[in-house]
Design a protein around this ligand. Structure first.
Ligand code: DGP
Length: 114
């Protein structure tokens, strides 16, 4: 299977504004920000979306969430609040088939999402 855009960013083959990376995950600024702070956090492992995860991915997903919270703190969002979104499948608007969490903050957000 050919690499997704996010796989290429994680592998250093495409440029991105990386804000955090380690052996399991990479976090970088979204190219089309929907909030003053909008960062994507992805696993290096090519998992399509949340609907595709298996029990063996649990440690990786736990790590990803812990690091998402660290990134939000690093972005100065801890006090004002932030949102984490995973779009899974067509109705949710999944555009890139590589699991990614959106970390959004810096403005007031409505609920439910449109
Ligand atoms: P989703 O709809 O959940 O699949 O979100 C995909 C997001 O990915 C969307 O907010 C825009 C972002 N995006 C797409 N292509 C690129 C890219 O090449 N670089 C970066 N940094 N973000 C991208």
């Amino acid at each position: 299977m050919s690499k997704t855009i996010f796989q290429k960013i994680a592998d250093g083959e495409l440029p991105a504004q990386i804000v955090y990376q380690d052996e399991w995950v990479v976090a970088f600024r979204d190219i089309n920000p929907q909030a003053p702070s909008h960062v994507l956090i992805v696993p290096r492992k090519p998992i399509r979306n949340l609907a595709s995860v298996t029990p063996e991915d649990a440690p990786l997903l736990g790590h990803l969430m812990v690091k998402a919270a660290e990134v939000a703190r690093q972005l100065g969002l801890a006090e004002s609040g932030w949102r984490m979104v995973f779009n899974s499948g067509p109705n949710a608007g999944e555009a890139v088939p590589h699991l990614h969490g959106h970390i959004l903050g810096g403005r007031k957000m409505g609920w439910p999402p449109g």
